[in-house]
Design a protein around this ligand. Structure first.
Ligand code: NAP
Length: 227
């Protein structure tokens, strides 16, 4: 299947991989980066004649409003991938570090999702938010990276509210998606899987969920994760 997709946070890692995978599949792709210097590697990808690159920082209200106006709707899929690991300890972190983690992983992506909802196809479209299995309270067996875990749990909660208040009525499926533990700057060299394995699986899940009209918490292979 081909179609159209917006990928937010595409300079490197999983975002860059998602752009490459969807260009390979024949999609029209809109990708965002924060720095102009990050546009060149995207524009060198095979299929880049179907790629538009825009700039956006998810923590900037001005960027969110500008992006919502600039994207060519209606899109089949919006994938908000941007995220940071944040500080390790909720006690040792400064208030600014905690605010930045919450704004980058939770409030920025969710406010952007609200702003973009009307640009996603009614009845068949998918809104994907990059979550993490570490956001699962039901499956937690370790407390490390406690701030990061809390940001992804909070993002899942606001994604559910968005689905219940707006997306469900529009017929837009919301996916809170775990990419696997992936070898990126964030995941590190010892992670389980490479970027290609993760993005291939996630791309399959995006198309498999077109028209599902649900809010699901799944991993890159489609396996359900406990909330
Ligand atoms: P990464 O290599 O560190 O890439 C993070 C991406 O997010 C970069 O493109 C970065 O842009 C962008 N970003 C950060 N803050 C942003 C902001 N304020 N506005 C816009 N873009 C911003 O990490 P990754 O492993 O690819 O992670 C991507 C997503 O997957 C994250 O949400 C992460 O939490 C999630 N995840 C990753 C793993 C894993 O094992 N790797 C597991 C579970 C979930 P810059 O280059 O400008 O910084």
């Amino acid at each position: 299947m081909t179609g159209s997709i917006l990928i937010v946070g595409a300079s490197r890692g999983l975002g860059l991989g998602l752009v490459a995978e969807h260009l390979k599949r024949g999609f029209d792709v809109v990708a965002t980066v924060r720095k102009p210097a990050d546009e060149a590697p995207l524009k060198a990808l095979p299929g880049a004649e179907r790629l538009t690159v825009l700039q956006a920082d998810v923590t900037s209200d001005a960027d969110v409003a500008r992006l919502a106006k600039a994207v060519p709707g209606p899109l089949d899929v919006v994938f908000i991938n941007a995220g940071i690991i944040g500080p390790k300890s909720v006690v040792a972190a400064s208030a600014d570090e905690l605010d930045n983690a919450m704004h980058t992983n939770v409030f920025g992506p969710i406010r952007l999702a609200h702003a973009l909802l009307d640009q996603i196809h009614e009845k068949t479209g998918v809104l994907a938010l990059m979550s993490s299995r570490m956001g699962s309270i039901g499956e937690a067996s370790s407390g490390h990276s406690e701030v990061y875990r809390a940001t992804k749990a909070a993002q899942n909660s606001l994604a559910r509210s968005l689905w219940l208040t707006k997306a469900q009525a529009r017929g837009v499926t919301v996916l809170s998606i775990h990419p696997g533990w992936v070898k990126t700057d964030m995941g590190g060299a010892n992670a389980d899987i490479d970027v290609e394995t993760s993005v291939t699986g996630m791309a399959d899940q995006l198309t498999a969920n077109l028209g599902a009209n649900a809010h699901r918490f799944i991993d890159y292979s489609g396996q359900e994760i406990a909330w």
